[in-house]
Design a protein around this ligand. Sequence first.
Ligand code: ASP
Length: 324
Amino acid sequence: MAQAIQGPRLVLLGTGGTIAGRAVQAADNVGYVAGQVGVAQLVTAVPALGSVSLDVEQIAQIDSKDMSLSVWQTLASRIAAHLERQEVQAVIVTHGTDTIEETAFVLQRLLRPAKPVVLTCAMRPSTALAPDGPQNLSDAVAVARHAEAAGVVVVCAGQVHGARDVAKSHTYRLDAFDSGDAGALGCVEEGQVRAFRPWDSAGECTPYDPKALARFVAVEDLPRVELITSHADTDGSLVRVLLALPHARPLRGIVVAGTGNGTVHHLLSDALRDAQAQGIRVRLTTRCAGGRVVPHPGLAFEDAKGLSPVKARLALALDLLLEA
Ligand code: ASP
């Protein structure tokens, strides 16, 4: 669907989530079904979109807990195609909150976009007495049109978060996201973006590589990387089962969410060293919600460089895919 208004265009891609959710009772903010309302219909609840040249596309209609490689492949290739269009200023994506941080990370890693790619979401379904989706979508438009916006960001509850640092930190609150020590990139107040610091994807070392994107889009599966948490009273048997299991997708990597500053139960550590000896890449992160593993010479496994466990898992899978 395209509206006939001139000027820089925005593209809105829908993938489902609570923002597109429907409940039987308006007072029900939790017993709803995600991914029910088409993205073209979500637009009608946002006055700010009435004056925007907009292309709207439904990429998927899922609960983001079920996010899959195939949806990421479609999403990444459609975003790349739209970003190449000179008249397109930015791409906005509606998404579920549960895995939005993983999608943001994958898109930033693969696309490194100079133009803004703004992911937004909602904690309440579209049928709620006071839904948060329309305001979040309206804020996403403000960010998409902001002159200094760049890269993949997540907009929720008036805050703008960077793809690398954002994490869902609350199960229920409308401001469910946090960027840890890095903090939010900025905020949106009454339709105006206030940047707290530059959004220039600081720290990115590899530029956009269309061949890497093509490779990602063509694969049937990502290299298999499993995520394991160290905890009291573990014995490492999960790792040994993984190593012994015959599987169509052979195990290529393990991310371990260690305790505290990346400490790992000695029995799990033994099992992980055995995995390493068999050629499995092991990366270390922490199960702590805040902080990062502060590197020191005693670390037994590769440092995940401050990524959260779920992002470290994706980073290792993408490294294994793209380094091959
Ligand atoms: N389960 C939903 C989803 O991630 C939660 C949400 O969007 O808030 O799609």
